[in-house]
Design a protein around this ligand. Sequence first.
Ligand code: ASC
Length: 157
Amino acid sequence: MSNHRTSRRPALLAAAMLGGLLLAGTAAAQDVEKTVAYRQGIFKALSWHIGPIAGMAKGEVPFDTASLKHHADGMAALALLIHEGFPEGSGPVEGSRAREEIWSDPETFQARAANLAEQTAILAARAPFLTQETLGEALGAVGGACKACHDDFRAAN
Ligand code: ASC
């Protein structure tokens, strides 16, 4: 009986190890899913806040300094959160446009994210002094920072 038990040990051990690997794989997949949701949430929120600013610049939304300041502050805060949304192993992955270059050239990618943080901070600082006439040029610097990163690090679709 004890021999019988002993002989089953390797099989039980293998089953336990396989179970552990499967659980680890599931945990890793859940981590990636959470990370993708985190970063996509930031970009959706950035889009939420740039919308009214772009509307004001185009004259489609009434110009309002308090609203401009609020939305520019929102963008500046969000931009500071991008850098931790792309840890090693979190892409490329299905359902995400984040390109492989983010992980093969993280320094350039992080510099682009830092540039967005800088440009949005500048817009937020200028917001109280901007007018409908000067907003377009000020927002252009932020749009340029968005585009510079999208061009190299975001897939077309
Ligand atoms: C937006 C938006 C972007 C940027 C980018 C600027 O309004 O959703 O991703 O501006 O188009 O070039």
